[in-house]
Design a protein around this ligand. Structure first.
Ligand code: GRG
Length: 332
């Protein structure tokens, strides 16, 4: 019996990291404020800045961005009523953008620029009686928001403002029979949400609750003959899953369960040889989201030109060390 596998052809070029081109690509993001794509991505602006800041820092070229104007921008995005942070001035605050803003401020060592107490209050007010979190005042519940909540509070050293046992109970109620996790109880396992739940358990030091053998098996089955990883069965590979899957496996001490060599070739084949940057798949248009997650995955694979990254927080390891944060990681 023959099976059809959804996969892509990978070129063997480029086989090395286009270091200088990536610096150019990342540094140029947002230069043209009238650019169509720039205008259309206003709703996630602060996350876009986090992807760029982190990617450039991993390449040790952070000075290409204007630190002071980024910090001024973040200050303007903190809502004086709720304490939450929005993606852009005039938008509603949300946990997703609050996390990105806090990550940027931690990297710049400038947490003191915003009202941290108000951030902690914003996060704690979004916790529900069953332990889950609303993403914002409109009430959507998702395991992404559980991750954002504990990541934010750990970065600002205020994890004690929420009910942690309840939060853990909710995340564990999203674990499926295949060992994976979805966005809510009984939702399909998905590598992005697995990263959120494994990261959450790493931060709350509850990794013993995982069935690591089963989950790591599901995750390494995401590797396709091209070497790339998909986010769930039958789907195409995408560079961003190199991060979501590899970071989860790294936290569980099982990075060696996939072929690093084949994955590295796949990721490198997604570089744009003209403009720099990484795309989701070989030959597609590059963007800043896939550029961070391509570089992040290469860092986890030990690429010599990229700084070590923390698999739980997706931030340079030196920043996490400076904050004295020790998320739980399992031994290989
Ligand atoms: C600190 C790195 C970091 C993240 C914060 C928000 C968050 C926490 C994580 C998001 C995890 C996630 C859900 C990633 C998946 C993103 C993605 C490309 C979804 C696409 O979903 P589909 O269904 O794609 O369009 P597939 O590949 O399944 O076809």
């Amino acid at each position: 019996m023959a099976f059809i596998i959804n996969d892509v052809e990978v070129t063997s070029e480029p086989s090395n990291l286009l270091f200088d081109k990536h610096i150019d690509f990342i540094a140029k993001q947002g230069n043209d404020k009238h650019d169509y794509e720039y205008c259309m991505t206003e709703f996630l602006r602060i996350s876009g800045i986090y992807w760029g800041v982190t990617a450039l820092d991993l390449l040790d070229e952070l000075s290409h961005l204007d630190k002071e104007s980024i910090i001024e921008f973040i200050k303007k995005c903190q809502c004086p009523q709720s304490g939450g942070i929005s993606a852009c001035e005039g938008h509603d605050p949300h946990l997703l953008y609050t996390l990105s803003a806090i990550q940027i401020l931690c990297t710049y060592d400038r947490l003191n620029e915003i009202d941290i107490e108000a951030v902690a209050k914003y996060v704690s007010c979004l916790q529900q009686p069953d332990g889950s979190f609303y993403g914002d005042r409109w009430g959507e519940i998702d395991t992404r928001f559980s991750f954002c909540a504990v990541a934010i509070l750990t970065l600002i050293n205020k994890l004690d403002v929420i009910n942690i046992p309840r939060a853990v109970e909710f995340v564990m109620s999203c674990c499926n029979a295949d060992g994976g996790f979805g966005s809510k109880p009984n939702a399909e396992s998905h590598a992005g949400l697995i990263y959120c739940c494994v990261g959450f358990l790493s931060i709350t030091k509850q990794l013993h609750q995982l069935d690591c053998e089963k989950l790591a098996w599901w995750l390494c089955e995401r590797q396709l003959p091209s070497g790339g990883l998909n986010g769930r069965p039958e789907k195409l590979p995408d560079v961003c899953y190199s991060w979501w899957v590899l970071a989860s496996l790294t936290i569980m001490g099982r990075l060696h369960w996939i072929s690093s060599e084949k994955l590295e070739k796949f990721i490198l084949s997604c570089q744009d040889i003209e403009t720099g940057g990484f795309s989701d798949r070989t030959g597609n248009m590059p963007d800043i989201f896939h550029t961070l997650f391509g570089l992040g995955a290469l860092s986890l694979l030990g690429h010599p030109r990229i700084k070590p990254i923390n698999p739980t927080f997706c931030m340079p390891q030196y920043v996490i060390d400076r904050l004295n944060i020790r998320p739980q990681l399992l031994d290989a």
